[in-house]
Ligand binder design. Structure first.
Ligand code: GLU
Length: 295
């Protein structure tokens, strides 16, 4: 496959949008940052469609991604990787983690999780009363018990123990936290916990597992993405160690913000690339606009 061949040499990065809305200025900035970094390094920027959220994904949004990126002047190797076609790779990764005793089935609802935090014996709930990490109610349930109603979670403590989490490091080159980073196991326990690896609905990979499996499959050497995903990096680094996958360099870039300083959301259609295009702006003007609004 052309995408995979291109990915086998030199600098490889990617832009990985989810087709759950129209691309906006923030996506344009992210895509441009990745493409320009690839160009400067004589490398390649791949496109990956992260379409596992079947409830929100729409084919017309995927079509709009191709159109809007082309309009901005960006091109990518074909074929494009689509996560909806990668089920076998995720199942395999999950099986490898499960074989090492690192997963368990979980059928807790959000309401169950809130209730566990509210129970007196569970100790302190987070200040705003919203559970921050999964309290571990189903931990220890055997996988043989898993049915269609179950998500699959990572047993974080076991995982950290197995790979000696504190030894894991990586390089970040983004403006906010540049330098060599080391896994903070306590922060990971406190803030991330037993993440979902596979969703209950149709057993598809959840975000973290999909990203690390696909970055490795595409030979991504540099992950370039928005600073809103900075907090996802430690769990990605841990999953790479558990699955014996190569470790990329990360670069989390500044975000495009609205006039109130808020990060743009998918529903912010006024800032959709095609709204600017329909208003008569040129691709060069849109590129300048998103660069001017990053913080
Ligand atoms: N699909 C994610 C998003 O649209 C980006 C994933 C990543 O870059 O790691 O926010």
């Amino acid at each position: 496959m052309a995408g995979q061949e291109a990915a086998s040499t030199g600098f490889v990065t990617r832009f990985a949008p989810s087709p759950t809305g129209l691309l906006h200025l923030g996506h344009a900035y992210s895509a441009l940052t990745a493409w320009e970094a690839a160009q400067a390094a004589n490398g390649v920027c791949l496109l990956r469609i992260e379409d596992t959220d079947t409830g929100r994904v729409r084919p017309e949004y995927e079509a709009a991604i191709y159109e809007d990126l082309s309009w901005l002047g960006l091109a990518w190797p074909e074929p494009v990787m689509r996560q909806s076609e990668r089920h076998a790779a995720y199942t395999d990764a999950l099986a490898r983690l499960s074989a090492r005793g690192l997963t368990y089935p979980c059928r807790c609802t959000r309401a169950d999780i809130r209730a566990a935090f509210a129970a007196p014996q569970e100790g302190a709930a987070p200040a705003n009363n919203a559970p921050s990490v999964y309290p571990g109610t189903c931990r220890g349930r055997p996988l043989s018990d898993a049915g269609p109603e179950d998500a699959i979670r990572l047993d974080l403590n076991r995982a950290l123990h197995l790979v000696q989490g504190e030894t894991l490091t990586w390089l970040e080159t983004g403006p906010a936290h540049a330098g060599r980073q080391a896994l903070d196991c306590d922060a990971l326990r406190r803030e991330v916990g037993d993440v979902v690896l596979a969703r209950k609905d149709i057993g598809t990979a959840a975000y973290h597992l999909g990203v690390v499996v696909d970055d490795a499959a595409q030979g991504v050497t540099h992950v370039i993405r928005g600073a809103d995903l900075l907090d996802a990096t430690p769990i990605h680094r841990l999953l790479q160690a558990l699955l014996d996958l190569p470790v990329p360099v990360w670069h989390h870039h500044a975000l495009v913000r609205d006039e109130n300083g808020k990060r743009l959301a998918k529903r912010d259609d006024a800032r959709a690339i095609r709204a600017y295009r329909d208003s008569g702006m040129t691709p060069a003007e849109v590129r300048d606009l998103c660069r001017a609004q990053t913080v």
